[in-house]
Design a protein around this ligand. Structure first.
Ligand code: NDP
Length: 282
């Protein structure tokens, strides 16, 4: 396994096992340069979102890095402000423009129950999904998925979906797993992407992870990212610091013992927890 290794999605598309997160990456020259560096280091999978407001920087970085389009895997997410078929199509055209791409590899519904549509989240998700299916059929999107969906949101979506989601992107890190959601995703062969795989920095405070880092002669971030891979997840670490961006790729040359994987899994609540999608204030 190395940085070029891929998972196969339930529609046959291949996705690099490590992604590069861009939440809070600025939409400016600093952001563009950080993404170019990541591509030069070897990342081929970039995770952005309409709501991160940095799709233009992702697009510029892709252009400037000069890597073949087929080698890249680009994800974006439909924003919470988008609530029906037409506005989803409009938002996808906007993303394609900003990213300067002819197609997007993966588009996710960012949250299942945005505040603005909470009264009628079921209908909103059915409508947004229909639009994603339509662009998928036209080849403008290569795979479609969801994010922050729990069991009830998945079951509801599947009532009208003609395409099963390929991905569910949720918060997953040592001590922060949602067994019920993981189980239903595995049942439908929906790959789990791990967002905030470093718990936005909280993992660095946990003594047990530091001890494992010493044991394996790795750093704390590498232990958490390796745990994610061995759990069968797809981690999406974010860094705009070149040395960290590089270090976060050095996770393919060692293996955690099963007991250590279990210990990390059981650090329950020590690295924060996922937000409840039905009560987020956005
Ligand atoms: P992460 O868990 O990836 O943590 C990012 C933070 O850790 C940054 O402050 C970064 O600092 C720091 N960092 C990164 N690598 C190292 C390292 N090796 N050593 C020390 N510090 C390090 O948090 P995110 O919340 O950004 O999650 C990752 C990605 O997941 C996002 O960028 C986004 O793409 C996705 N995401 C999706 C969500 C969703 O709702 N679907 C929600 C949240 C995230 P610095 O950049 O300064 O180097």
């Amino acid at each position: 396994m190395n940085i070029e290794s891929t998972y196969k999605l339930n529609n046959g598309i291949k996705i690099p096992k490590l992604g590069y997160g861009t939440f809070q990456t600025p939409d400016d020259e600093l952001g563009v340069q950080a993404i170019i560096k990541a591509l030069q280091i070897g990342y081929r999978h970039i995770d952005t979102a309409q709501s991160y407001r940095n799709e233009e920087s992702v697009g510029k970085a892709i252009k400037l890095a000069g890597i073949q389009r087929e080698e890249l895997f680009i994800t974006t997410k439909v924003a919470n402000s988008v609530g029906n078929f037409e506005s989803t199509i409009q938002s996808l055209d906007d993303s394609l423009d900003k990213l300067e791409l002819d197609y997007i590899d993966l588009v996710l519904i960012h949250w299942p129950s945005p505040k603005a549509f909470r009264e009628n989240w079921q209908q909103r998700n059915h409508d947004v999904w229909k639009a994603l299916e339509s662009y998928y059929q036209q080849g403008k999107i290569k795979a479609i998925g969801i994010s922050n969906f729990k069991t009830k949101h998945i079951n509801e979506l599947l009532k009208t979906a003609t395409i099963t989601p390929a991905i569910n992107q949720i918060r997953l890190c040592p001590g922060c797993i949602d067994t019920e959601t993981i189980d239903i995703c595995q049942q439908y062969n929906i790959l789990l992407e791990a967002y905030s795989p470093l718990a936005q920095g909280l993992i660095f405070e946990v003594q047990e992870i530091s001890e494992l880092a010493e044991k394996y002669n790795k750093n704390v971030a590498q232990i958490a990212l390796r745990w994610s891979l061995q759990m069968g997840f797809l981690p999406l670490p974010k860094s705009i610091t070149e040395s960290r961006t590089l270090a976060n790729t050095e996770i393919f040359d060692f293996e955690l013992e099963e007991t250590d994987v279990a210990m990390l899994t059981n650090l329950t609540g020590r690295c924060g927890s996922a937000k409840d999608p039905d009560s987020v204030p956005f």
